[in-house]
Design a protein around this ligand. Structure first.
Ligand code: ZN
Ligand code: ZN
Length: 316
């Protein structure tokens, strides 16, 4: 991995939290781009969830803390009839500071189920999501005025915080099918099962706090390559569930984004084990990031792939 440029440019500057360190030398020719501006603190909430903090400002992406049982008994397949039994106490234990925005990549339970509770708990927060997800949230009691409904392509300004909505795609099953793919054109009945939280549309979001580094977050393991044209994030948060049905997932992504200096692995735990369980580290799929690293290197591209620890803040 080429990381010498990382320390030279001060990519990982930490203040009060662990900062990533660079170690291995690389060639200047492989530098993806110059970096400037201060770093952002990231905290992995498990599954595809993230907290981003800078200068006291805070946003959430796909926060899902309930980690509900989702499998058919004796199987790893999704039980669409599993009850939507969220665990607000678990959410409150982990999310203690008010976010100003909550971005939701798509409607599935492991991305959206805890958002209604968070919006109730933090009355100053608003949610940024697509149309289908907005109908689901509305069915869960979220008022329309709390939502910013995007179509994709928007670059929203919040006075020193910008959020760009990037049209994206969901991951696929081994036989190239979408999971719980429903689209909504109106508010459904209040969801009672996991299966009622359908995908809707999937978006990625690129976040920047004023002059800070740009962080592009994906909630699912796919993307629409042409929609990434012109995006050159400093930090890529990449979903790393299986990408077997997707052609050259890592290398096309890194190339399309101009080789971001840092890629952070996401959506690579078991979605079930409690966050305070001593077994949690063993649930993280390390093969995904390893394969991502290998495929990127084999394509002659450069990005440092970081594997985060649950709930441990780090500066990028
Ligand atoms: Zn999903
Ligand atoms: Zn997911």
């Amino acid at each position: 991995m080429c990381t010498s440029h990382v320390s030279r440019r001060g990519l990982f500057r930490g203040a009060g939290v662990a900062a990533l360190t660079a170690s291995v030398a690389g060639s200047a020719a492989a530098d993806p781009k110059p970096l400037s501006g201060p770093g952002v603190t990231l905290r992995w909430l498990g599954v595809a969830g993230w907290e981003l903090i800078m200068n006291g400002r805070r946003v959430l992406f796909d926060p899902y803390l309930s980690r509900m049982e989702y499998r058919l008994p004796g199987s790893s397949a999704i039980d669409e009839r599993a009850p939507l039994a969220t665990r607000p106490a678990l959410v409150d234990r982990t999310i203690t500071e008010a976010p100003e925005l909550i971005m939701v990549s798509h409607g599935h339970w492991d991305h959206s189920a805890d958002v209604p509770h968070l919006l109730t708990r933090f009355p100053g927060a608003r949610v940024v999501c697509g149309r289908g997800t907005s109908f689901l949230l509305e069915a869960c009691g979220v008022p329309r005025k709390r939502m910013i409904v995007v179509r994709g392509g928007e670059n929203l300004e919040f006075g020193g915080l910008s959020v760009q909505a990037v049209p994206s795609l969901h991951s696929m099953t081994g036989d190239h099918a979408y999971l719980l793919p429903g689209e909504l054109t109106d508010r459904p009945r209040r969801p009672r099962t996991l299966g009622e939280l359908v995908e809707g549309e999937t978006f990625a979001f690129q976040v920047s706090f004023g002059t800070s580094r740009e962080v592009l977050l994906f909630g699912a393991t796919n993307y629409a390559e042409r929609e990434l044209a012109g995006l050159t994030p400093d930090v890529l948060v990449a979903s790393m569930t299986s990408w077997k049905p997707i052609h050259a997932y890592p290398s096309r992504l890194i190339r399309a984004l101009g080789s971001p200096p840092l890629t952070v692995a996401s959506h690579h735990d078991d979605m079930l084990t409690p966050l305070d369980s001593p077994d949690l580290p063993a649930t993280v799929n390390t093969a995904g990031p390893a394969a991502f690293r290998a495929e990127v290197a084999a394509a002659g591209l450069v990005t440092k792939v970081h594997e985060p620890t649950h709930l441990k803040p780090f500066v990028v």
